[in-house]
Design a protein around this ligand. Structure first.
Ligand code: FES
Length: 289
């Protein structure tokens, strides 16, 4: 910007042209909100390590941001991805899950199971654009200072992202509802629950599993399931053509059509009428999340 241009910039609202006033006011409001934004964070802590670590931070008078609301669970393995997505849907700006370090879990492998679930959850959340708002870490009972550091780091990170878009943004809520539907599917839950066992002991035919290949398969399964979950969410709102669906689903009409046919075969979507030459579909036998 040149010096001349800087001089011409309006200094008060009276100097702003009438047609630009609304835009300037919206920008100013957003700026003020960002400056005064205090994230609301839900921390889900395992009883035996992380909760004790939080306790130690308190007893030792180690300062950490007061933005975190703690939910105590017996083990990080108890944290269901549904719970995380539901918390984000309810408007939390961020969710932090903390458990014992690997090898320290009081239930032996609860945190290892949790890690598999959280990694899959992060992939699901990536499709919704909300993955940066979930983090998991290991904090032991003797790590009060680390607990404070993790909470501080996550709070700063969420502050830099700004408020959750969920309360204002229909598409953000739509995608999260689809993600919730996706992680509630029993076949996907079974697959995620089995993956550590398959990695360690091979598949049902005794074949060793290749982690890289497994991750590629999981990526594909998670994307396909997310598209199907979005189709169901969209058709629960009312009959929709494939073109209607493409307006809210991040996939082309050919891919959406392929998934619609799959959902028709499994009885979860049916033809509900026509608009011109385009069939309209509606969800059947499923309920709103
Ligand atoms: Fe802490 Fe399992 S008991 S993660």
């Amino acid at each position: 910007m040149t010096a001349e241009e800087r001089i011409e910039e309006p200094e008060t609202m009276d100097e702003v042209p009438e047609e630009e006033k609304e835009e300037v006011e919206v920008e100013a409001k957003a700026e003020t909100e960002t400056e005064t934004f205090e994230p609301s964070i839900v921390g889900i802590l395992c009883n035996w390590c992380s909760y004790a670590g939080a306790d130690l931070a308190g007893i030792s008078r180690i300062q950490y941001p007061p933005n975190i609301r703690v939910v105590r669970v017996m083990c990080s393995g108890r944290v269901d991805p549904q719970l995380v997505i539901y918390t984000l849907l309810e408007g939390a700006d961020g969710v932090l899950a903390l458990g014992c370090h690997p090898g320290d879990c009081h239930y032996q492998s609860g945190n290892l199971e949790a890690q598999e679930k959280f990694e899959a959850l992060l992939k699901v959340l990536r499709h919704t654009g909300m993955d940066e708002r979930f983090q998991y870490e290991w904090v032991s009972a003797s790590e009060g200072a680390r607990f404070a550091e993790v909470v501080r780091g996550f709070t700063d990170h969420i502050r830099s992202l700004g408020p959750s878009p969920v309360p204002e943004d229909d598409i953000a809520r739509f995608r999260l509802r689809a993600a919730l539907r996706e992680v509630s599917d029993f076949r996907l839950r079974w697959l995620i629950g089995r993956q550590r066992n398959i990695q360690e002991n091979g598949d049902a035919y005794g074949q060793e599993s290749d982690r890289e290949k497994w991750d590629l398969v999981m990526d594909k399964v998670l994307r396909d399931q997310f598209i199907r979950a979005q189709i169901i969410e969209r058709t629960l709102e009312g009959p929709a053509s494939v073109e209607d669906m493409a307006e809210v689903i991040d996939a082309d009409t050919v891919e959406i059509f392929r998934h619609v046919q799959r959902l028709r075969i499994t009885g979860r979507v049916a033809i509900a009428g026509h608009r011109g030459h385009s069939p309209l579909y509606r969800a059947t036998g499923v309920e709103a999340e």
